[in-house]
Design a protein around this ligand. Structure first.
Ligand code: ACO
Length: 434
């Protein structure tokens, strides 16, 4: 028999039998959609900490155990054995590809790696010093102006075409934003390279020289992209869903997701961590910095620490920390990142033995060590969140597609509010105001 939960208003005696929905894993979910009708009130949950906003079959997180599954597969196994493009297939289609499906998918993505030259004209309108995320928000939104042929969000074939286009074009657009800032020519994709290698070539290559891919660096970037590919209903993904729920086109919805990711409480934290590590100075200055973080008046947070869902170690952070050890020992030219990594390790050690962080279950999140890897790979600071956006696009677009395909649960997103403003009052003409 299915479970219910009874909610009673003690004043009016009205009550509601609320269905309790059982997930594959995790906390059961009470369906409160009948509460306004049965009891006559709304529910209040700022920041949605207690609210499930949708059904999803994509990603599962157990924040207490530090577990992350994409379509049921543990992140550790995907990080070790899979490729970013294979993870894209897995997220989009729900299963790992067979040989024929893989050939077809790779070809589909390859076909779409170029961008319309008009998009590059738009880039040249940006100031040279513009933050690449500012360009990303505009450029991805602008894609909707180039693909009128496949913008019917109610047509699954159109949705799939948008998905392929977005996954394929994001590295090209990201690299273009960097090239514009660096004053170098835009690089066209060369599809004889693998997906990640092509991205590196467009980022770091120049037309005058052949580009040699360092396999150690390429694998490290591949790993970073796998780890960032999806993370269920975080702020940017929920934004994409909410934006897309109005029926807007996916490029506009993904642009909204990019805008949300940019904030330092979300994807912007990888950039903020590296800034924080440089500002702290030497390892001897860490205890002083930790004191500032604990002083509520200072407003200083330990960036890359804490998470709404993970109340234990973020599994992505431990994979990245191990990868840092490995990469920094193998890659040349990491003199800047070595001390940064040592400071980060010391910062983690001190924080994790401090009651403030222990009591609040604050652990390193994905962003704590990721900036060090990106820096070692040669990405400038202002590109860190862009790399996150390139990788997360497949998660966003998969969740958007899932939402539109869920004919049972899909409605336009429209939260309610607790109104605490003025009671009704009459307009006062200007000359009568005191
Ligand atoms: N440094 C110091 N204190 C912190 C931190 C931190 N990084 N994170 C949380 N806390 C404290 C809060 O002050 C609060 O203390 P209190 O109970 O005494 O008031 C308590 O821990 C709970 O924190 P909340 O802010 O309520 O937690 P919430 O779930 O709302 O926020 C967030 C999560 C935004 C990630 C937060 O931990 C944070 O700001 N971290 C730093 C930024 C960061 O690394 N963001 C990346 C997140 S991962 C991602 O988006 C990819």
């Amino acid at each position: 028999m299915s479970k219910t939960l009874t909610l009673t208003d003690n004043d009016t005696g009205r009550s509601a039998e609320l269905p309790v929905l059982e997930p594959t894993y995790g906390t059961p979910v009470v369906d409160i959609s009948g509460v306004p009708r049965e009891i006559g009130c709304f529910t209040h949950d700022p920041g949605y900490g207690a609210t499930s906003a949708c059904r999803s079959w994509v990603t599962y997180i157990d924040g207490d155990q530090g577990i992350l599954l994409y379509r049921g597969y543990p992140i550790e196994q995907l990080a070790e054995k899979s490729s970013f493009l294979e993870v894209c297939y897995l997220l989009i289609y729900g299963e790992l590809p067979g040989a024929a499906e893989w050939v077809e998918f790779e070809a589909d993505i390859r076909k779409h790696t170029m961008v319309h030259e008009g998009l590059r004209t738009i880039i040249t309108g940006y100031r040279r010093g513009s933050h690449p995320m500012a360009m990303m928000v505009g450029l991805v939104g602008a894609l909707s102006g180039f693909y009128h042929d496949a913008l019917d969000v109610n047509d699954p074939a159109h949705r799939l075409a948008c998905i392929h286009r977005l996954v394929a074009k994001m590295p090209t657009i990201a690299a273009d934003t960097h090239k514009w800032g660096a004053g170098q020519p835009f690089m066209h994709p060369d599809n004889s390279y693998g997906f990640v290698e092509n991205f590196m070539r467009m980022m770091f290559g120049v037309p005058a020289e052949p580009f040699e891919v360092d396999p150690v660096a390429a694998r490290a970037l591949e790993l970073m992209m796998i780890l960032h590919a999806d993370h269920e209903q975080n702020a940017s993904t929920s934004t994409v869903r909410l934006c897309g729920s109005s029926g807007t086109n996916p490029y506009a919805a993904i642009a909204a997701g990019i805008a949300t990711l940019w904030g330092p409480a979300h994807g912007g934290a990888n950039e903020a961590v590296v800034q924080m590590l440089s500002e702290i100075g030497g390892r001897g200055d860490i205890p002083k910095f930790i004191d500032r973080v604990k002083d509520r008046e200072s407003g200083v947070r330990l960036m890359g620490f804490g998470h709404r869902v993970y109340k234990s170690y973020d599994p992505r952070a431990s994979i990245i920390r191990n990868a840092c050890h490995d990469l920094l020992s193998k890659l040349e030219g990491t003199e800047r990142e070595q001390p940064m990594f040592e400071s980060a390790l010391e910062l983690e050690r001190i924080a994790r033995s401090d009651d403030y962080f222990i009591e609040r279950n604050l652990y390193p999140n994905v962003d704590f060590y990721s900036g060090i890897i990106l820096s070692a790979l040669g990405f400038p600071l202002n590109m860190f969140t862009v790399i996150f956006a390139v990788a997360r696009t497949v998660g966003w677009i998969t969740q958007w597609n899932e939402m539109l395909g869920d004919t049972e649960d899909f409605r336009i997103g429209r939260p309610r509010q607790l109104y605490l403003g003025h009671a009704r009052r009459d307009y006062v003409p200007a000359e009568e105001r005191s």
